[in-house]
Design a protein around this ligand. Structure first.
Ligand SMILES: Cc1cc2nc3c(=O)[nH]c(=O)nc-3n(C[C@H](O)[C@H](O)[C@H](O)COP(=O)(O)OP(=O)(O)OC[C@H]3O[C@@H](n4cnc5c(N)ncnc54)[C@H](O)[C@@H]3O)c2cc1C
Length: 362
């Protein structure tokens, strides 16, 4: 019998979610990540916004994804007593040109929005909500949208997992499949453990795991900037137009993002800073000249041809699993995707075709 049912490589948004789901299903889990801790720096904020892109398309299985994430956030808030994991900010999507106005209005009828999630706001109402917003032709207001303070969220999550019995090791580890025993040998320093399954949830580093090297995953670098305003801002919602802006505290604005398909390093750049400052100028008329830059950060999102996550088992070794490809919706997809992978591994349920890693075969 193996020491663990699964070892999860990566304790980011995906790894924590799959470790939690497997643990909830009564399975022993080892979570490994050499780059983080329970007190790690991280992205200051991420948006949960089910209205995707310039067409405000309702994202894949939005209600299930939304509820799965929210349930876990509520659990983490109850467990930790912290009130700084999220802000129920809502998301305003101002139509800053006619094309967006047309798209956004169309989206209201085109998709089956759950009750109370979204409504149209006329320009006057938007101005009342936010006197600093750039001129617009009305827009969408997503009552359901909110801001996650990702650093606080992930650190709390990792602590929670440890206390729920997940073995968490924040150090380098290696693995090897022992075919005769039908299990993986996990080497962490001098410590050797065994596990029935490996789940690779290593974000853009997933292709560094040789079994997953050939998948059509693309790493797209993104940079964000945190600004501080000169005085307290009188609005708390997030904004998503040709870029996005989230609020933190009384004065902080987190603005993103770039989409860099070709990059040599994860260094932040002056060029990206200028583009992001330009996005702030598009969203607000009277803010950008009154803010100072505090931090600039870069990360990589893993994109897939159908813009959906990748979950499932390796074609040549069904104990080697993958959970990645969250595109720009990592938060929203994380828990529902993890529950699908768990149901598949534990109960043999089918993975939806559009998410299954087998979609890339051939
Ligand atoms: C600039 C930017 C802005 C974004 N904004 C949003 C947003 O507003 N809302 C949203 O939902 N999503 C957003 N995303 C997307 C979101 O961040 C990703 O979808 C999400 O981080 C994916 O989570 P992950 O766990 O797959 O990967 P990651 O977050 O990359 O985590 C992977 C983890 O694996 C670890 N790891 C790597 N190699 C190994 C190894 N060999 N062994 C063990 N562990 C390893 C890493 O240390 C890391 O902790 C944004 C992305 C970027 C880049």
């Amino acid at each position: 019998m193996s020491d663990f049912y699964a070892v999860v490589f990566g304790a980011g948004i995906c790894g924590t979610a799959i470790a939690n789901e497997l643990n909830k299903a009564g399975k022993k889990v080892l979570l490994i990540d050499p780059h983080v801790s329970e007190d790690a720096p991280g992205p200051p904020a991420g948006l949960v916004n089910p209205a995707t892109g310039m067409r405000a398309k309702l994202c894949w299985n939005a209600k299930d994804c939304y509820e799965a994430l929210r349930n876990q956030i509520e659990t983490l808030m109850d467990y930790s007593g912290r009130d700084d994991l999220v802000s129920d900010s809502g998301v305003l999507r101002p139509a800053i040109n006619e094309k967006l106005a047309k798209n956004f209005k169309k989206a209201l009828d085109k998709y089956e929005w759950p009750e109370g999630w979204v409504r149209w706001m006329e320009e006057e109402e938007i101005e009342e909500l936010n006197p600093q917003i750039a001129s617009n032709l009305g827009g969408l207001y997503l009552e359901c949208g909110y801001t996650v303070y990702v650093d606080n969220y992930l650190n709390t999550y990792r602590t929670y997992l440890r206390e729920q019995g997940v073995a968490c090791r924040y150090e380098e580890a290696d693995y090897q499949y022992d075919g005769s025993a039908g299990q993986f040998m996990i080497q962490i320093g001098d410590d050797e453990r065994t596990a029935e399954h490996v789940v690779v949830a290593a974000g853009y580093r997933t292709p560094e795991f040789k079994e997953w090297a050939g998948l059509p995953l693309e790493g797209v670098k993104g940079q964000i900037v945190q600004f501080e305003a000169e005085e307290d801002l009188k609005w708390g919602h997030a904004v998503s137009a040709k870029g996005y802006c989230m609020r933190r505290g009384k004065r902080k604005l987190i603005v993103g993002s770039t989409y860099e398909h070709h990059f040599d390093s994860l260094e932040t750049t002056e060029e990206a800073y200028k583009r992001i400052a330009g996005k702030l100028d598009i969203m607000f008329e009277d803010v950008s000249s009154k803010v100072t830059k505090q931090v600039q950060m870069a990360g990589v999102r893993v994109t897939t041809p159908n813009r959906l996550p990748v979950i499932g088992r390796h074609p040549n070794n069904d104990k080697m699993c993958i959970y990645t490809g969250m595109n720009s919706k990592g938060l929203l997809y994380s828990h529902y995707g993890a529950s699908l992978l768990t149901d598949h591994l534990v109960d043999g349920k089918e993975i939806p075709e559009e998410l299954d890693v087998h979609r890339f075969e051939g």
